[in-house]
Design a protein around this ligand. Structure first.
Ligand SMILES: Nc1ncnc2c1ncn2[C@@H]1O[C@H](COP(=O)(O)OP(=O)(O)O)[C@@H](O)[C@H]1O
Ligand SMILES: [Mg+2]
Length: 323
């Protein structure tokens, strides 16, 4: 069988600290075929952004990186900066959380968008601007030619995020990585941006890696979901199945703790007690054990392996919930 578009294996991201190594990502693996969608979800600090950064060669200089990231048939880890520049923004597009700080306030939208095409594709300014206008159109920004002459402060938060999505797609990447793309936006705008991402993904046949702390956000857009806890994958499977029949107690905890508009009136939220562990001081055995309502003695001594429970569903738990 042909190699998947993206194949991540045994990914490690660590930082030396006074307390020992902080293991932000631990043995993470997943695959993404062309045109597929995968959501990565987990509480703040679970290693989602460090994963995204490692896939783009953007990790902090002092970070220790291990494992393998194969993309479009070649290994990315260990590439030199010149080679990374041919991949990043070109074959892999990136959208971050904060649409304000990602745009230069002193440059018109057209000037900053066009630069990408001039650099990566060697287009002239006029051709680049025409392509930018086409892409603004694709992200449903009306009156694109006039909008290109405007500056970031003339756009609302949602519009700025559309601009950044358009910028990320300018070079027609095969993979888009979106890290908390709607977290800074209010709820109605969030819904519009998610709908746009799904539409673009379909129209352009993009592979999409969508990262969020919010299970509902990723389930809205992605076919498959991977749940991370303390740097590891604890559960993965089809989004619909994960939402209705979680097998890992952590996934179940995330589901029970989310605010739901359709919850019966007066039904309390049940936050997961405690905090995620410090990655420099992980507990023995299963990292979730100190917070787990179903922990067994074995959970304190043995790290549960990620096991396949059924086709397309894997879970790292000594006592998975019934399916
Ligand atoms: N430079 C660093 N030194 C030490 N620890 C770091 C550094 N950068 C990130 N971390 C740690 O890595 C862990 C994962 O962070 P991150 O990937 O940003 O989480 P998420 O995106 O899931 O909220 C966090 O515990 C964070 O404190
Ligand atoms: Mg993050």
């Amino acid at each position: 069988m042909a190699e998947p578009l993206l194949q991540v294996r045994d990914l490690e991201v660590g930082f030396a600290t006074a307390q020992g190594e902080a293991r932000a990502v631990r043995g993470l693996g997943f695959e993404l075929e062309a045109g597929q969608t995968l959501g990565i979800v987990g509480e703040s600090g679970s290693g989602k952004s460090q994963t995204a950064l490692a896939l783009l060669g953007l990790q902090a200089r002092q970070a220790r990186i291990g494992g393998s990231v194969r993309f479009e048939g070649r290994e990315l880890l260990g590439l030199g900066e010149r080679e990374w520049n041919k991949v990043r923004g070109n074959r892999i597009g990136l959208v971050f959380q904060d649409p304000m700080t990602s745009l230069n306030p002193y440059l018109s939208i057209g000037a900053q968008m066009a630069e990408v095409l001039v650099q990566h594709r060697g287009l002239g300014q006029a051709a680049a601007l025409a392509e930018c206008a086409r892409m603004l159109d694709a992200v449903r920004i009306a009156d694109a030619a006039a909008r290109l002459r405007q500056y970031p402060h003339e756009f609302s938060g949602g519009m700025r995020q559309r601009v950044l999505i358009a910028s990320a797609l300018l070079c027609r990447p095969s993979l888009l990585i979106a890290d908390e793309p709607t977290t800074a936006l209010d709820v109605t705008v969030q819904a519009e941006i998610l709908a746009l991402l799904r539409q673009l993904q379909e129209d352009l046949g993009l592979a999409l890696l969508l990262i969020s702390h919010d299970l509902d956000v990723v389930a809205e857009v992605c076919e498959r979901v991977l749940v991370m806890y303390a740097g590891r994958a604890v559960e993965s499977g089809a989004a619909a199945r994960l939402l209705t029949a979680p097998r890992h107690p952590y996934t179940a905890g995330l589901l029970a703790s989310r605010p739901r508009l359709d919850a019966p009136l007066g039904e309390p939220l049940r936050p997961i007690p405690g905090q995620p562990p410090d990655p420099a001081r992980l507990p023995s055995g299963c990292a979730f054990r100190p917070r787990c309502p179903a922990a067994l003695p074995v959970c304190a001594s043995e790290v549960p392996a990620l096991r396949t429970l059924e086709a397309g569903r894997a879970c790292a738990c000594h006592a998975p919930l019934p399916g």
